[in-house]
Ligand binder design. Sequence first.
Ligand code: CA2
Length: 169
Amino acid sequence: MENKKMKIKVIHGPNLNLLGRREVHIYGPMTLDQIETNMKMVAQQAGFDIDFYQSNSEGDIVDAIQGAMEDSDGIIINPGAYSHYSIAILDALRAVQKPVVEVHLTNIAQREEYRRKSLISEVAVGVVSGFGPYSYHLGLLAMIQILNEIAQQRQMAGGRPTPGNPANR
Ligand code: CA2
């Protein structure tokens, strides 16, 4: 039987639906649709399924993260402004126990004081910040690498999970 493809869930937080249409001087001219089209191409070429979700509501994002527990192998998330204060999103990401890659269009370390700290980074395998839409691309390459490593380790372990492996987060 053919192996089922691994699936990556990409979650975008509040206001990211406005990309390319407002504040182009900060976030660039590319729309969310364009970013997703590029990511889809890369993911499919690498043999992964990918799906996308955007919401302006914290609770809906928590629901989407919980959904990933059932249907996804890894999460790429730009939590938007929630990065800086949402313990609910942090808790959900911790609970799902899937690898998380956090992405930001801007370099949050260079921005206003209140944007410099992301609560979410605590549960992320890694963070890509400051490369505009390319942050998503780099985040996706990182996730592909992480999931390929997990698949390889599972194969070596004869299909059994490999406890204690940071890549399992
Ligand atoms: O740099 C990032 O990716 C951010 O997550 C973007 C968030 C911001 O609150 C974070 O501090 C850093 C804001 C996304 C808002 O996106 C807009 C796009 C176009 C027009 C208005 C907002």
